[in-house]
Design a protein around this ligand. Structure first.
Ligand SMILES: Cc1cc2nc3c(=O)[nH]c(=O)nc-3n(C[C@H](O)[C@H](O)[C@H](O)COP(=O)(O)OP(=O)(O)OC[C@H]3O[C@@H](n4cnc5c(N)ncnc54)[C@H](O)[C@@H]3O)c2cc1C
Length: 243
C-alpha cells in the first residue's frame, strides 16, 4: 500500500480547529514541505505521529483536504474517534508540534463518459468525497451520501456539479458504516452510465462494493470502493481494494 521510497516531509502543526464535534482540521506547514506537491482529488499521505498515551510512533493514512502551494501548507481533517494513536494525537495536537509525512498517493480524475457520479463515505472518507465534489465538471449530476453522527456534524459542500448531498445520520449505538450501506442500497440513481466512489469502514464498504457491482451493474472501471479502516482492527489495509 505504501512504499518507503516515497519522499518524506517534515512539517509543523500551524493550527488546529474543531470543524465538527468529532473532527479536527489540522493545518501543517513549514519549509520542510517546500518540495511537496498534491494535485488530484483524494490524494493521501502517510502521517507519522507520536501517540500521546505511550510515546510510540505510528504512521496512518490521511487525505489531503486542501493543498496550499504558496505557503506551502496542507489541511487534513481527522476523525476524533478516541480509540487509536493517530486519533489521540489529533485530539491533543497543538500548534508548533513537529510531524512528518510521506506521499502523496492515490488519484482521481473525472470520467468524461459519466452521466452521473455516486459518492459515499463515513467521516473518514468525507475529506476525500469533498475533494471529488469540488473537482467534478460543471453541471454533471452527482449524488453524495455522507454518514455522520447527526446534524451537528454536517457541513457545507461546494461543487460545480449538479450535486445533491444526502446526510445519513447514525442511530445511537449503531456501528459506523451500517446506515451508509443501507442508504446506498435504497438510493435511486439517475439513468445512464454511473461512476461510483466509496470509502469508509471496511465491512460496510464490502457491502457497498457488492451493491455497486451486483445491483447497479458497475464494473471495476466504474466503481471504486475502499475500506479506509475496519472495526476492531488497528492500521487496517483493505485486501479487496483495487489499489
Ligand atoms: C487512503 C486513506 C485515506 C484516509 N483519509 C482519512 C482522513 O482524511 N481522515 C480520517 O479521519 N481518516 C482517514 N483515513 C482513515 C484512517 O487512516 C484510519 O481511521 C486509521 O485507522 C486511524 O488511525 P488510528 O491510529 O486513530 O487508529 P488504529 O490504530 O488504526 O485503530 C485503532 C482502533 O480504532 C478504530 N478506528 C479506526 N478508525 C476509526 C474511525 N474513523 N472511527 C471509529 N473507529 C476507528 C479501529 O477499528 C481500531 O479498533 C484514511 C484511510 C485511508 C486508507
Amino acid at each position: 500500500m505504501f512504499r518507503s521510497r516515497r519522499p518524506r516531509y517534515q512539517a509543523v502543526v500551524e493550527s488546529v480547529v474543531r470543524i465538527a464535534p468529532r473532527m479536527a482540521r489540522i493545518t501543517l506547514g513549514g519549509p520542510g514541505m517546500a518540495a511537496f506537491r498534491c494535485d488530484e482529488p483524494t490524494q493521501w499521505v502517510k502521517l507519522f505521529v507520536t501517540d500521546p498515551a505511550d510515546g510510540s510512533s505510528v504512521g496512518r493514512a490521511y487525505t489531503i483536504r486542501r493543498y496550499i502551494p504558496e505557503r506551502p501548507a496542507v489541511v487534513i481533517d481527522i476523525v476524533l474517534h478516541g480509540n487509536g494513536p493517530a486519533a489521540r494525537w489529533a485530539e491533543a495536537a497543538v500548534p508548533g508540534q513537529e510531524v512528518s509525512f510521506g506521499g502523496p498517493r492515490g488519484s482521481f480524475s473525472a470520467d468524461a463518459r459519466a452521466d452521473f457520479y455516486l459518492l459515499a463515505g463515513d467521516e473518514s472518507a468525507q475529506p476525500a468525497v469533498l475533494t471529488i465534489a469540488e473537482s467534478l465538471p460543471p453541471g454533471v449530476r452527482a449524488l453524495a451520501y455522507l454518514e455522520v453522527e447527526g446534524p451537528q456534524a454536517e457541513m457545507d459542500v461546494a461543487s460545480p456539479a449538479d450535486l445533491d448531498v444526502v446526510w445519513v445520520h447514525r442511530a445511537v449505538g449503531q456501528p459506523k458504516g451500517r446506515a451508509l450501506s443501507e442508504a446506498l442500497r435504497s438510493a435511486s440513481t439517475p439513468p445512464g452510465r454511473g461512476v461510483a466512489w466509496a470509502a469508509g469502514e471496511s465491512i460496510s464498504i464490502r457491502d457497498i462494493r457488492r451493491h455497486l457491482h451486483d445491483h447497479l451493474g458497475m464494473g471495476r472501471n466504474e466503481a471504486y470502493a475502499k475500506g479506509y479502516w475496519k472495526l476492531d482492527e488497528a492500521d487496517h489495509r483493505d485486501p479487496d481494494a483495487s489499489d
